[in-house]
Design a protein around this ligand. Structure first.
Ligand code: 5GP
Ligand code: ZN
Length: 114
């Protein structure tokens, strides 16, 4: 998608600090971190939001969730804990229309959010 910030990050037009990249997913540090560790895990395929996931592309859940859990494990976040968040749509707080999972850790995360 031409106008998508995250597609531009994937094709190198916008720099980002990557922690992971494979055929299907990428992970990079959020430019405006909301916790000491704040990583975004995204599918390489442009999917605008979780509302755009259907039976044709639902394997994306395994890919990004599995990748997030693996990264959390590799960064030793298991012991103290972490949070995974997917904002969807306007009231969900989504600002970038390319599906992404937030992995947040390193402080006590409040509940309920926002
Ligand atoms: P959302 O609000 O859509 O759930 O999350 C979008 C996230 O993308 C925000 O946490 C925001 O800080 C992050 N973000 C927006 N633009 C950029 C960018 O150019 N680079 C990086 N690394 N993160 C970005
Ligand atoms: Zn995109």
């Amino acid at each position: 998608m031409d106008d998508c910030i995250f597609c531009k990050i994937l094709n190198g037009e916008i720099p980002a600090k990557f922690i992971h990249s494979d055929g299907d997913t990428a992970a990079f540090y959020d430019v405006n971190p909301q916790a000491p560790t704040h990583i975004l895990i995204i599918p390489k395929e442009h999917i605008a939001s979780s509302a755009e996931v259907d039976s044709q592309n639902s394997d994306v859940w395994n890919k990004i969730l599995g990748r997030a859990v693996q990264i959390a494990h590799e960064l030793n976040l298991d012991k103290d804990g972490y949070r995974m968040v997917i904002n969807t749509g306007e009231q969900g707080g989504q600002t970038v229309p390319h599906l992404h999972l937030h992995l947040l850790a390193g402080r006590n995360l409040g509940w309920p959010p926002g």
